[in-house]
Ligand binder design. Sequence first.
Ligand SMILES: [Zn+2]
Length: 135
Amino acid sequence: MTMIPERPLPAPIVDVFTAPFWQAASEGVLLIRRCKACGEAHWYPRPFCPHCASDDTQWVPASGRGTIYSFTVARKAGPVPYVLAYVTLDEGVTMLTNLVDGEVEALHIGQRVQVTFRAGEGGAAIAVFTPCTTP
Ligand SMILES: [Zn+2]
């Protein structure tokens, strides 16, 4: 059994557009963007909807739950191995993220995961995912 190790996470670049995202993250809430014109969610966050090009988009809280679409265990990238994954949130968007906690050997595509937060360099809360303890 190999537990997923922790590694330093780089500090985010915070600007006027992303400041609400990072503020919510510091309060333990994952935000995504949703278009008010067509109703579709999107990730990564953009001020324009990639589905209909409307600029009428807003931050909305995500459930924080999703499934592993794909993942890789990076064992030779540095002194600490880590797990990168594409996680598809229940809202339908897929985000590149880090997996933490859990057993490396037990990870699998389709596995349910939930958001948690880790302090990145500089102290900002970084959204990462961990295996769900409930379905
Ligand atoms: Zn739209």
